[in-house]
Design a protein around this ligand. Structure first.
Ligand code: NAD
Length: 433
């Protein structure tokens, strides 16, 4: 496969300069200076086996593939609060002062551009650093100008974007979302069904900027956006970063299923106290999150194929906003399982995780991989990046895989395919040839 080289600077544009975005940016800056290690990032620490096992050829992914280097990244963002990346990172209170102080000057330089923000989609936030304009079409034009100006002013070769903005209220695509034509008409009419994140998506796709959606928002998965991504040959992916509890679910459920252990119920509850938690305190935003989290178990366990094991599961999810915890989330899972002859057992998981610490490496990998995909001529939905999402977008009606290990295999086999190598099967027969 012919992949264009990763020359020059890569603009990484982030709608939303909150906890996740600033933890990501600060982490990259620290890693560049050798102060921190980008733990959790496959693109930086992962390896890939090429060829047969006895060839012992397992380079780092970053050495095997022409992905952009950390030094080549240039960060830009939009937010409805004026705080620069330093102030926002301090407010988020994820990284320690000694980390933030080491890169303070660099963080101060990152000032958000004015947001496109219609408050009806995120009811708990009230910011003033917002664009004004007569129509939603005009908002898209302003975003397009921001993108072009940023690339020009910072001397970048190209750009990618990762949505790190808040979770919007739950919406579903409507008639205006059907085609490019209907969507553009609806933008001119400022149709109420067009959300903030959809306006960003439209501007990015128009500017041929690959876009990954880290929230559960329906920013990209509607027919008009897919049509535009194909037409403009832009790779897209989403949605909702797979961190915390859902990450654990997609590690543990495939393990139980592998051993044909039955499951009767899975009760998950979380407390978190960051701004994301505050937004999710609004039932309409929580609904968007719930929908994105609920599909996971059914997809992994395939109850139709295994009715005796998974045909009657009660799956409940709760998220409570609890300010004292800040970004240090705690997730409890109670899993009611059963074994041989139906004898019941239980598992309890108490995961004291740090939300943004788990999300930051995902932002980095998505930015680098979606740029790679673009330079490799790939477009539309990148199923192979489903590894990173709670609710992976799929190219067809086919139910996407949620099993983390299947997702990893797909990701690595896609990288092998880009390198012109063969997909790996685990048959082991190659040993005996
Ligand atoms: N941290 C995780 O583990 C995790 C996991 C999955 C998904 N997410 C999602 O990632 C997103 C970011 O999470 P966070 O913890 O950084 O939240 P946060 O509240 O700290 O940051 C979100 C930022 O987006 C801004 N924003 C909202 N609407 C905007 C708009 N229209 N334009 C520009 N900026 C806008 C807000 O002002 C805020 O600063 C959320 O949607 C969250 O649900 C996070």
């Amino acid at each position: 496969m012919d992949i264009q080289p990763a020359r020059g600077k890569l603009a990484v544009l982030l709608p939303g300069l909150g906890a996740v975005a600033t933890t990501f940016i600060a982490g990259v800056m620290l890693a560049r200076r050798g102060i921190g290690v980008p733990v959790g990032s496959l693109s930086q620490l992962g390896t890939i086996r090429l060829g047969k096992r006895d060839e012992a050829k397992t380079p780092k992914i970053s050495d095997a593939l022409p992905i952009a280097k950390l030094d080549q990244l240039e960060f830009g963002a939009w937010d409805l609060f004026e705080d620069d990346a330093y102030a926002s990172a301090k407010h988020a209170n994820v990284l320690k002062p000694e980390h933030l102080e080491a890169i303070k000057e660099e963080l101060l330089q990152i000032k958000p551009m004015k947001a496109v923000f219609y408050p009806e989609f995120v009811k708990r936030l009230h910011g003033t650093h917002v664009k004004t304009g007569p129509t939603k079409a005009d908002m898209v034009e302003q975003l397009r100008a921001d993108i072009r100006n940023f690339i020009r002013d910072k001397g970048c070769d190209r750009a990618v974007a990762v949505w790190c903005g808040s979770t919007e209220i739950y919406t579903e695509p409507t008639a205006p979302h059907a085609t490019i034509k209907t969507f553009e008409r609806a933008l001119v009419d400022s149709h109420p069904a067009i959300t903030n994140s959809q306006m960003y998506a439209w501007a990015l796709l128009k500017e041929k900027v690959p876009f990954a959606n880290g929230s559960p928002n329906v920013a990209l998965d509607f027919p008009a956006a897919r049509e535009l991504a194909r037409l403009n040959e832009v790779p897209i992916c989403g949605k909702d970063f797979k961190t915390g509890q859902t990450l654990m679910k997609t590690i543990i459920a495939p393990g139980l299923k592998a051993r044909m252990i039955g499951i009767r119920g899975w009760y998950s509850t979380n407390i978190l106290g960051n701004r994301d938690g505050e937004v999710l305190d609004d039932p309409d935003s929580f609904r968007a999150k719930e929908v994105s989290k609920l599909g996971v178990l059914e997809s992994v366990l395939k109850p139709k194929e295994h009715p005796e094991l998974y045909g009657n599961i009660t799956h409940k999810i709760r998220i409570d906003y609890y300010p004292p915890r800040g970004d240090d989330k705690e997730g409890w899972d109670n899993i009611d399982i059963f074994g041989w002859m139906g004898y019941p057992m239980q598992m309890k998981i108490d995961f004291l995780c740090r939300d943004s610490i788990l999300a930051a490496p995902i932002v980095l990998d998505l930015a680098l991989f979606i740029d790679l995909a673009h330079r490799a001529g790939m477009r539309d939905t990148q199923e192979w990046l489903g590894f990173y999402f709670k609710s992976p977008m799929a190219l067809t009606e086919r139910e996407p895989d949620h099993d983390l290990f299947l997702q990893l295999k797909t990701l690595k086999n896609t990288l092998r395919w880009m390198l012109g190598g063969e997909a790996i099967n685990e048959l082991g027969a190659d040993y005996y040839e």
